[in-house]
Structures are given as structure tokens and as C-alpha cells.
Design a protein. Structure first.
Length: 232
């Protein structure tokens, strides 16, 4: 009987008008998968640099939202995405190739979003669901993909030199990329479904991000995301 009373007490707390007066707050963890296919080959002064294909990296992070403005929810989420790739540098024909070397492309992003309900569905005393859409701004810090401009810096601005004459290790190359992180801002739009049972909160949504220098050769990409957390 005590357990039953406790359950009804939790249900009552979720229904009383405090949430409309103080706003709804939610937080939790987020996972996703970006949708893109990236690879490249560049040539300059008779030399080539080729990166392997890397597709659809996974991401993970946390989120927080608050409903304090009528009809609009404000949210922030932080995510980290990474994908392994390799590159091969092909100098002039008389020299041997460098590589393939393995690297990791990584993107640390902060998304700030305003979203609005399209339609809501309620199950009395237990659950509610709503379709939503929204948009906002994003800030990204990206470990760049190796290209000929970086290789030119490493080889003393002369791509025709014999790379064997340079004491550059794989670790040196990794450190070089990490020290040349790219910071870029953009905007995004998103749409999806929120489903809530008592205080358990779940989101499934698609997001399309518009930002330069995050994905090699692309200025926009999509992602499918799942959130699980608590809403009060």
C-alpha cells in the first residue's frame, strides 16, 4: 500500500501546476550518428595526398533544456564525435610514399537551440508525447584532416623535397594536427519526437548542421540523435 501511495504521489507531483509556473527542466545523455561520406585526394606541384574514406561517425554527449518562455523550449547540448582515417603522401616519382598513417578526425560541438511544439499527445496520468521543430547556432572545434597545405608546412614549404630527409615521426604529425585545431561556428535546424513517462524523458530527432570546415569538402551534414534523461 505504501508503494502504491508513493506512485500516486509522484504522479500528482507531475500534474500539479508548479511546472507551468516554474518551467520544465530536463537533462540527460545523448548519442547520435552523423550522416556523411568524406574522402579526398589533392594534387599540387606533381605530388598527391590521399585520405581514406570515413563515413557516418558516432557521437556522444549530454543535454539540458528548460521551458521558461511560453510556447518555446530552450536547450543546450554538448557532443563529441570521432572517426579514424588514414592518409598517404605521394611525393615526386623518384621518392617513396609516406604512409599510410592512421589519424583520428574529431569534432567537439556545442549546440544552442530554441524549439517549438508542433502537436502534442497525452495519456492521462502516465505519459505525453509531442512533435517539435527548432533551430539555433552551434560552435565547433575540429581536429583537421591532413591535406597538402599542412604537409607543405611540415616539409618546409617545398613539396618537391625528399620527405626521407625530414625527421618527422607519426607522433609529430599527430601533434601538428592537434595544435592546428579549427574553430568554426554555424547554424542548424532540427525536428523530432519527445516522449515522456512521468519524469523519464526520451527524444528522437534529426538535425541538419550548416558549418564550414567541420567535414572535409562539405559545408553541411545531417545527424540522427537519441536522448534519454529526466524531465521535471
Amino acid at each position: 500500500m505504501k508503494k502504491l501511495n508513493y506512485l500516486f504521489f509522484i504522479i500528482w507531483l507531475s500534474l500539479i501546476p508548479w511546472s507551468s509556473a516554474l518551467g520544465t527542466v530536463g537533462f540527460g545523455v545523448q548519442g547520435g550518428q552523423s550522416i556523411f561520406d568524406a574522402s579526398s585526394k589533392s594534387s599540387k606541384d606533381g605530388v598527391d595526398l590521399t585520405t581514406s574514406e570515413f563515413v557516418n561517425p558516432f557521437s556522444g554527449g549530454v543535454y539540458l533544456y528548460i521551458d521558461v518562455i511560453p510556447f518555446i523550449d530552450l536547450e543546450a547540448d554538448i557532443s563529441l564525435s570521432a572517426k579514424k582515417y588514414s592518409f598517404t603522401f605521394s611525393p615526386l616519382a623518384e621518392y617513396n610514399d609516406i604512409g599510410p598513417y592512421d589519424f583520428v578526425w574529431a569534432d567537439f560541438s556545442v549546440y544552442l537551440t530554441a524549439r517549438k511544439k508542433i502537436v502534442g499527445i497525452g495519456i492521462p496520468l502516465l505519459a505525453k508525447a509531442k512533435l517539435f521543430y527548432g533551430g539555433g547556432i552551434n560552435m565547433n572545434t575540429v581536429t583537421p584532416v591532413m591535406d597538402l597545405d599542412f604537409m607543405e608546412d611540415i616539409l618546409g614549404e617545398d613539396l618537391t623535397n625528399d620527405p626521407a630527409n625530414f625527421s618527422v615521426s607519426e607522433k609529430d604529425l599527430i601533434d601538428f594536427l592537434e595544435n592546428n585545431q579549427v574553430k568554426t561556428n554555424g547554424f542548424h535546424i532540427q525536428s523530432g519526437l519527445q516522449f515522456k513517462i512521468l519524469m523519464l524523458d526520451t527524444f528522437l530527432f534529426y538535425r541538419h548542421t550548416f558549418a564550414k570546415d567541420v567535414i572535409p569538402g562539405q559545408d553541411h551534414f545531417g545527424s540522427l540523435n537519441l536522448r534519454m534523461g529526466m524531465g521535471f
